[in-house]
Design a protein around this ligand. Sequence first.
Ligand code: F3S
Length: 413
Amino acid sequence: MYLTPEEEGMLNGDEGLGVQYAMQALAKFGDAVQAEKMVPIRQAHASYSAWFIAREPGLEWLRNLVDLGAKARVPLTSQCAQFDLEDYDLLQADPDIVENQKALSNAHLQLGSVGIWSCSPYVIGNQPMFGSHMASVESSAVPIYNGIFGARTIRNVGQGAILAAICGRTPYFDMHVTENRRANVLVNVEAELDPTSEVDYTLLGYWTGEQIGNRNPCFNTLRFMFNSLYRTLRAAMATAGAPSIFHIPGLTPEAKTIADAFQNDKPEFTITFTEDDKKATQEKLNTATETDGKIDFVDLGCPHYDYSDLMRLAAMVDGKKMHKDVFFSVWTSRATRQICESTGCLNVLKRAGINVLCDACPVQDHGPRFYGKTGITNSGKQAGYAWDISHAKVFVSNMKDCVKAGIQGHMEV
Ligand code: F3S
């Protein structure tokens, strides 16, 4: 691949051993994917931040980069850790894993990462400009960066995003190239979607992911009342499929119209989401329908909630109390929780018996503890993982039903 004189200098060690290591790895990767050149990036978001994924080899790799003097040269944020880094007692985390997680988190910080430990980095400052290039991980965040912000990123692995942040560059291929961003499947939304209920959007997302694999969908018409609706749509789509971008004409910056989304070409095919598809998807994700309805947990905040989501939840639970046998958790970033604390929203949630947790993902934290139990969530992504990882049975419904079930201790089946 072509490298500029500055990039050649990096490769040859002009900017130190850490940059040399990172550029050598990126150049090899670029050659492997037949990228013609590197492209400068403005920011990055990297995983490899949860102990159960990185483990000893990951920690050693990160420490080696630190020892070589590597440091991010563009703003870099961190994906989820394994558990809430302050409330790990509440979550009964294994003390050895707590120490390992702290060491891993520390290595990320030493590389210059901003420790947001969140899968919704765009909510808390990592917001790219339209048309800018970046290197992001996270199957739910990448399509939001591409499809909602109009930034350009591939679905990186954690190490790739870290190396790109160290060099300020990434190979120019895939989503960085305009032609590859073209929509190729038209999604005709025929079913009625309640714009105040996230469950309809999560069902649409899950169903679409199953149909398209890694193709680029364009939705013919969608209305969103809350930001979390397109987040839950996107997250569910990434669970059942693997698209890097989605187009919503009028919302996606580069697609004012359907013709823009398809770059004036024709769709490879059209799919139609009907009422029957909606019902069938809900039945598939509702793995708890055969139970007596009693629930052990409620999980909200997948992807991590923003402040407006927490405000909506606080308004629903103000003055109410969750059932004593139900572990009700809502996941967000620490920065968002601090905002909630300053406005009193956090107190309302705590008084209702809700655990507002940060820094991690319910799947990573609850996996072992919820093994074989029953719960409710409003996220299709969480529903898929709860079954795959913990064999937990879940109901999938909207936030209002989650709150009602949390108070009653059971879901009406
Ligand atoms: Fe985030 Fe975990 Fe959901 S990383 S998108 S909360 S599965």
